[in-house]
Design a protein around this ligand. Structure first.
Ligand SMILES: [Zn+2]
Length: 311
């Protein structure tokens, strides 16, 4: 049975189809209709119908999107595509596609993708982290996403930076209303802001890394602060969840030295004489979100038709 995955982002909607073995057999990308809830639903429907016409078969449909479906109300919340918030996205898509659809947070889909056939394959507990413009996280145990009653399992980015030093308190203000959240230090803008506070120089993370590699001591110092903060932040997760594997995703996961340096530092914070957790780069890179959406229906599962919802 073919598995259709949709990554519903604020600027792009991407669709992918995988065969049972995880081989990609179709991929398409379109612009997200801006500020148009019904237009977005129509686009999703069209993408699925066209994919199925091209493939000559019906498939399962999974959707990954920022935010989460509230268990209490069934409505989407916390999405940066604000026109989707407080809408019955899942119910409406199921009605339009006449089948049961699964939907999950994009960081959860990332973790699921890497746990299913990526860098975390074979591991019992996988913590997937997206460190880019923000910091998302998802937990997969025995191949299943852990959601939780509040639909926020794995959302570590708005916890405070652990073991803060005096010059890290209260920390930069965060859009969530708190100050000193992990996201304000570990996101891409967080690294740029930290470098600017230390040097007065406004640089993108990519350039800070480049300058550090060419021997610039202030850029090197910024990277070292970043690595220690990531080590502290992940040590906190290890102390609670004790994952086998932590997979980094998002733009900051392209900083290669993190995989060597951060595990060297986190031993100083983890409550254990040794730390066997692995910190690894994603196998599927930017495709992990949409692949994970497809894997919301694991190998061996099929389409469940639905009768029209009576609301
Ligand atoms: Zn915050």
């Amino acid at each position: 049975m073919v598995k259709i995955g949709i990554d519903l982002g604020g600027t792009k909607i991407e669709v992918i189809a995988l065969d049972e073995g995880g081989r990609e057999i179709l991929r398409r990308r379109v612009e997200t209709p801006q500020g148009d809830y019904h237009g977005t639903l129509g686009m999703i429907t069209r993408l699925v119908e066209e994919a199925e016409a091209d493939l000559g078969q019906r498939g399962t449909v999974g959707i990954g999107t920022p935010g989460a479906i509230s268990r209490a109300t069934g409505l989407l919340k916390n999405s940066n595509s604000v026109c989707l918030n407080r809408q019955p996205v899942l119910q409406d898509v199921q009605t339009l596609l006449n089948r049961t659809v699964r939907i999950s947070n994009d960081a959860n889909c990332f973790a699921l993708s890497e746990a299913t056939d990526g860098a975390g394959v074979g591991a019992q507990v996988v913590f997937g982290v997206i460190v880019g413009t923000g910091t998302g996280g998802g937990v997969v145990i025995d191949g299943k996403i852990i959601t939780g009653p509040n639909a926020i399992a794995g959302e570590w980015g708005h916890n405070p930076l652990p073991w803060p030093r005096n010059d890290e308190r209260p920390g930069p203000p965060c859009y969530c209303g708190q100050s000193g959240c992990i996201e304000t230090f570990l996101s891409g803008p967080g690294m740029s802001g930290d470098h600017e506070r230390a040097t007065g120089e406004c640089l993108k993370p990519r350039d800070i890394v480049k300058h550090a590699l060419s021997g610039d001591p202030s850029a090197e110092a910024t990277l070292r602060r970043y690595e220690d903060r990531m080590a502290r932040s992940l040590a906190h997760v290890i102390n609670i969840l004790d994952p086998d594997v932590i997979v980094l995703g998002g733009g900051m996961s392209n900083i290669h030295r993190l995989y060597e340096r951060v595990p060297r530092l986190w031993g100083g914070y983890v409550f254990s004489d040794r730390v066997d957790t692995r910190l690894v780069a994603p196998k599927h890179g930017d495709s992990s979100g949409v692949r994970g959406a497809a894997w919301l229906w694991p190998a061996g599962t099929g389409v469940e038709d639905r009768r029209q919802d009576k609301r």
